[in-house]
Every structure is written in structure tokens, then in C-alpha cells.
Write a new protein. Structure first.
Length: 174
């Protein structure tokens, strides 16, 4: 009878070792590839989300700009010169028509101006009108500011008047 050897042959054990080693390193490399691919997938997904957000913001800003432009074009309260707008404002305040007077201001400042005029005493309004009537000399903003034309009066009080896209001058601040 032949003798059975229960010990694996050295050649069989080397073969199993190499199969195990190659399989183990294959699994490790596979995990590294999947991890790297996942990392880059997340990275590019986040970039795509950021680009989409920027595009949405650009569209929304364009919409808001268009609405502002349309409102400005429809706003006809004001004069063809800064001095004419100021005179129209003075006339409205003298008549006590503060609602009309506030309409000579840019849209963002109308409510504030109306509230201010409504809360002011007659005595203060008279002094205010006196100073406004003395405010005649001013100067235009430099032409090197693209898309923005303004007129400034510094004395006796500070007045800033801006040109709307429809060619009407509007009070910005007094």
C-alpha cells in the first residue's frame, strides 16, 4: 500500500500563496480604484452643482436688472435737467404735496422721503425750502464712470441727482 502524505506538497502551497497574494492585492487595488473614482465623482458633482448655482444666480440677476430697467423707463416723475427736477421737488413741497415730492426721488428712497416730510414741522420745512432754493451751483460726475451720470450740489446743503435710463433726472439724496 502506498503511503499517503497529508502534508501539502511544496509546489501546491506556493501556488495557493501566490493565488492568495494576487487576489488580496487585486482586491486592494480594486478598492483604491473605486475610492478614487468615487472621490472624483463627488468632486465633479460638486463642481457641477456650483456651476448650476452660478448660472441660476446670473439668470435671476438678469431678471431683476430687467425689471429695474423697465420700472425706471416707466417712471416719468422728474425733469430733463437736474435743476428742473429740483425745482419740481421744491414746488411740490411748497404746496404741501409730499406724495408728489417723494416721487421725484429714486424708487428706493421714496418711502423714506415721504415719511420724513410727513413727520417734519412747518417751521423746519420753511428753513429746508430756503436752503433748497439757494442750492443752485453744482457739478456733474466725471464721464469716466460708465453707465452712471449724476449731478451734485454741495452748498448750502448736499444734493445728489441721478439720470435715469429714460432721460429723466431723479433725486437720490438731499
Amino acid at each position: 500500500m502506498e503511503e499517503q502524505n497529508f502534508l501539502p506538497s511544496p509546489q501546491k502551497s506556493k501556488s495557493k500563496y501566490w493565488k492568495f497574494a494576487v487576489g488580496f492585492f487585486g482586491v486592494i487595488i480594486g478598492i483604491l480604484i473605486l475610492y478614487t473614482a468615487g472621490f472624483w465623482a463627488v468632486y465633479y458633482y460638486k463642481q457641477w452643482q456650483g456651476q448650476r448655482a452660478v448660472q441660476k444666480l446670473a439668470v435671476e440677476l438678469e431678471r431683476i436688472e430687467k425689471e429695474d430697467y423697465e420700472r425706471a423707463m416707466a417712471d416719468t416723475y422728474g425733469g430733463k435737467t437736474p435743476q428742473e427736477t429740483l425745482q419740481m421737488y421744491i414746488d411740490a413741497v411748497e404746496k404741501g404735496d409730499y406724495e408728489l415730492a417723494s416721487k421725484y426721488f429714486i424708487e428706493e428712497n421714496r418711502e423714506k422721503e415721504l415719511n420724513s416730510l410727513n413727520k417734519t414741522t412747518k417751521e423746519f420745512i420753511d428753513k429746508y425750502l430756503y436752503l433748497l432754493k439757494k442750492s443752485t451751483d453744482g457739478y456733474f460726475s466725471p464721464d469716466d464712470i460708465p453707465g452712471r451720470k449724476e449731478f451734485f450740489i454741495d452748498k448750502p446743503i448736499y444734493i445728489r441727482i441721478g439720470l435715469y435710463p429714460n432721460g429723466i433726472w431723479k433725486l437720490i439724496e438731499i
